[in-house]
Design a protein around this ligand. Structure first.
Ligand code: PMP
Length: 348
């Protein structure tokens, strides 16, 4: 028996997440390929973004940009990067301010506050370059607050690099097709780089972008996003501008998804695989299943041993009070037991 591993702090439990077979879904969908989930809610802060939070803070420390007890880390985020940063900053002793669009869940705000961060809500509909957006407000605060620093996940090279150095290598032996949603695009860009550079240059990388977002653009996109501002409920993916860290060259194809299919896919994963994933994981899975049924994906779907890895970015902990979750949770599954239970309880 080896001695138990003792980590220095919670940051030691960031990443190193499991790949889990989604066999029941694959069978139901008549897939011959393997369908694997990279399940990021197992990370200490609960999402794929812990990795970049840790990497950006550690890089800033190496560069002498953070002073414990003085620096104030300010970041605009859809929540998960904020949670990762607030966790790292709680451990390391930096004050944290997170700017968060109103649409993001109360659970995320509560977690941020629990970790000691200040949270400022901003109008969801404010354009990214408006002074009232989460980005604009963060910039305003940074200009006024002494020792304020924005690590800036949208342009920080350590965002995609964290995935190139950790998430990518954790799946690299296993992957022929990678499907992931894009917010900043750091996850998909970094994983794609790791795989295509060192393991399988023919790996197919499929990006998932919600309808109402403008990310699904670029030279190799089959589905071009219309200039459309339709609001959508799924959190963490899609944007109204193209972040600097998103590299279109690494993405072979895009799938557009909507809320309904994303939430149906969350229910499918919960009911069939017992995995308590969040909304964007449903988008990624739904995009993956549609891609596997498309002309581009059919050959992979029919290839035994081909590995399709779907990135499941966070867990349902972030969305427990959202109406969409309560709806899919409480919806009765088709069950022979329901009638029987009613019979017993009504007759006894
Ligand atoms: N899903 C969720 C739930 C997220 O919080 C994020 C981060 N915004 C993503 C997907 C997308 O990750 P990335 O920013 O690396 O594209």
């Amino acid at each position: 028996m080896s001695p138990p591993q003792v980590l220095d702090n919670a940051l030691g439990a960031v990443g190193k997440t499991p790949l889990i077979r989604l066999d029941k879904i694959a069978k139901d969908q008549d897939l011959k390929c393997n369908l694997l989930g990279k399940v990021e809610f197992f990370s200490a802060g609960g999402s794929v973004k812990d990795r970049i939070a840790k990497a950006m803070v550690e890089a800033a420390e190496r560069d002498g940009k953070l002073i414990p007890g003085k620096s104030v880390v300010i970041e605009p985020t859809s929540g998960n990067t904020g949670i990762g940063l607030a966790m790292a900053c709680a451990i390391k002793g930096y004050a944290t301010i997170i700017t968060l669009p109103n649409k993001m869940s109360l659970e995320k705000e509560a977690l941020l506050r629990a970790l000691g961060a200040e949270v400022i809500r901003t109008p969801t509909e404010a354009a990214w370059d408006s002074p009232t957006s989460h980005i604009g407000v963060a910039q305003r605060l940074q200009r006024e607050i002494p020792y304020g620093i924005i690590l800036d996940q949208y342009s920080n090279v350590n965002n995609p690099l964290a995935h190139e150095l950790t998430t990518g290598p954790e799946i690299i032996e296993a992957v022929d097709v990678l499907v992931a949603g894009a917010g900043t695009g750091g996850t998909i860009t970094g994983i794609a780089r790791a795989i295509k550079k060192t393991h399988n240059k023919d790996c197919i990388v499929v990006g998932v972008d919600p309808k109402g977002s403008v990310l699904a653009k670029g030279p190799d996109c089959d589905e071009v996003s219309p200039e459309d501002n339709t609001p959508y409920t799924v959190e963490g993916i899609g944007y109204d501008f193209i972040p600097e860290v998103l590299n279109f060259q690494d993405i072979d194809q895009w799938m557009k998804t909507d809320d309904a299919e994303s939430f149906a896919a969350v229910q499918l994963v919960m009911r069939n695989e017992g995995l308590l994933v969040g909304g964007s994981s449903g988008s990624a899975l739904s995009g993956a299943l549609r891609w596997l049924k498309s002309d581009a994906g059919r050959e992979t779907a029919n290839t035994e041993g081909a590995n399709v890895v779907v990135l499941l970015a966070d867990g349902i902990r972030n969305y427990m009070s959202k109406p969409w979750f309560l709806q899919i949770a409480m919806e009765a599954p088709p069950s022979a037991l329901a009638g029987k239970i009613a019979d017993i309880l009504n007759t006894k």
